[in-house]
Every structure is written in C-alpha cells, then in structure tokens.
Design a protein around this ligand. Structure first.
Ligand SMILES: [Zn+2]
Length: 97
C-alpha cells in the first residue's frame, strides 16, 4: 500500500493517527492451573489482579476453564505491570486498620 505516487502529502490520515494508540491484537495471558495441571490462554477479562499492601498480598486470580476452580497465584512487580498494561481488572486491597 506504499505505492502512492503523490509526493509532498503529509500522509496523515485518521487511520494512521489512531494506529499507535492501542494494540491491535488481543492480549492473551498464559496461565496454568495447579489443580488440573492444565495450561490455558486467558484473555485480560478473565483475569483479576489484586494489589495488596505488600508483595505477599499481591496476587492474580482466574477461574480455571478446565476444572472451574479459582486459581490464585502471587504476582510480582513484572506480572503486575504486565497485567495492568494488558487491561486486566485491578483491585486494590486496602487493609487500613
Ligand atoms: Zn483447573
């Protein structure tokens, strides 16, 4: 599509303006279930991220598509960044006494 013969045109269209705003491909996360030992590709909407006061209380959870159980796994800084960047719902846990 780059065979345009026009020269001097800025070439800024609505499509190109929006191109860099969001990712085109859907974000998929790979997660394993310790219960049925299945590995699944989950969309961002299937995952939930809970951020606690410390890294110990920060985890992500999802409902296993294989056995239906709720899986919870600790989430480190990289995972938190990855999930939040991918559009996963984030729940902040405040345990203010
Ligand atoms: Zn499972």
């Amino acid at each position: 599509m780059s065979e345009a013969t026009g020269s001097g045109a800025p070439g800024i269209t609505a499509a190109s303006a929006f191109a860099g705003m969001r990712r085109v491909s859907p974000v998929v996360f790979k997660a394993g279930c310790p219960d049925c030992r299945g590995r699944f590709e989950l969309a961002a909407g299937a995952l939930r991220l809970a951020i606690g006061a410390t890294s110990r209380t920060t985890f992500y959870s999802f409902t296993c598509p294989g056995c239906g159980c709720t899986v919870r796994k600790p989430a480190g800084d990289r995972i938190v960044e990855l999930l939040t960047d991918g559009g996963v719902r984030t729940l902040r846990l405040h345990s203010a006494g």
